[in-house]
Design a binder for this molecule. Sequence first.
Ligand SMILES: Cc1ncc(COP(=O)(O)O)c(C=O)c1O
Length: 442
Amino acid sequence: MAQTKRQMLTSVELYQDAKEVMPGGVTANIKHFPPHPIYMNYGEGAYLSDADGNKYVDYLLSYGSMMLGHGHPEIKEAIHSQMEQSGTWLFGTPHELEVTYANKIKEYFPSIDLMRYTNSGTEATLLALRFAEAYTGKHKVAKFEGHYHGGYNEVLLSVNPEISEAGQKNNPNSVPSSKGISAAQTNETIVLPFNDDHAFEILTEHASEIGAVVLEPIQGGFIPAEDDFMTKLRNITEELNIVLIFDEVKTGFRTNLGGTQALYGIKPDLTVLGKVIGGGFPMGVVGGKREILMVSSPVDEETTDVLKPKDVLFHSGTYNGHPMILAAGLRTINILENELDHVLNRTEKLKTELESLFFKKGIAMQAVGNGSMFNVILSEKQIRNYRDYQQSDMQTREKIDYELLNKGIYAKPLNRYSLSTCHKEAELEKTLNAYNEVLAEL
Ligand SMILES: Cc1ncc(COP(=O)(O)O)c(C=O)c1O
């Protein structure tokens, strides 16, 4: 089992206590890593400090959601002034900011005519699939091997399958990624190979049953769909009456302002957003073609009659469109309008310099990614999908990650790197120095 060397007695004690009240001591499985997770208790800018007083440059950034770093004063101000202006923090009714923020998102995502707010990325992809099923009347879903869309049965299949169970590379099995998923559900979700034209044959074969294809246009935030593959996917889904859903929870306002759809020049039918759009608070969005989104309208557009629930796609939520969160999210986007380009430039610089450090050490490494996210992959081979990634040298990568933790660089072991507006020259230099030392000791 990998060990951390920094003084972490408080984290160890907290972990022991946590195991008495939560299964495995965590309230999200992804937050665990051996021998124990590190308990953070303060964040400022690009830095996190743990309960034992150790300080880290944070590259996890709450799985990418803290795009402005920690404790940004303008976000605090946005929340306070929204609260002062409203007198409360939740109306339980529609309010103006819902419209203002929706128009801002539409500015950058021209594929979105209408949208709905949710409380997480999970809820948003779930809603998108329901839209697709209600609109097409077809109830199977297709997803790609290695892609993550949240924590529910329809998409918790072949997210991280054992290669021994995963089936053929170009015709993968649907493998549960959680206990508790029925065989029936496993068969309802069709798993496709990513960046592989065989996916189109599978879609054609099951076209009469598949209502939606959902994908991370950049798998895991770092493996991009190839241009030609994306164009073909758009064309075939249109041809087969399958709703194409871009899950841009990781990439929205992180690869660039318009998401991957602007990079590819492709309009999906539905887009899902999360993470950055909530400014570090829980939020998601489903947006897309008017005719699809209107399936959830409680009133008939022409007659203005209120429709019967059974004739409408159900979508509700006590906290949808929470004013504090919309205020934080909208201010985040306003700041990124001026600052995102700098983050993108600094990310490119970090990637190039890391690659050159590894090259000098004679270790094959690629900093794979797009925009302000990338992954450190120890492989000479081009990484085009989940299976290529699985063949990279994860053991050495993990060893490096643990050593980096000891030197104050926090990327959860084996996770991707995300940068924020607060990751500047000084943080890049610290990171490169730490890598230099770790690689020298390898
Ligand atoms: C691509 C993608 N979709 C959906 C989700 C689920 O979002 P949330 O964790 O907000 O429920 C995530 C979370 O990491 C994600 O990366």
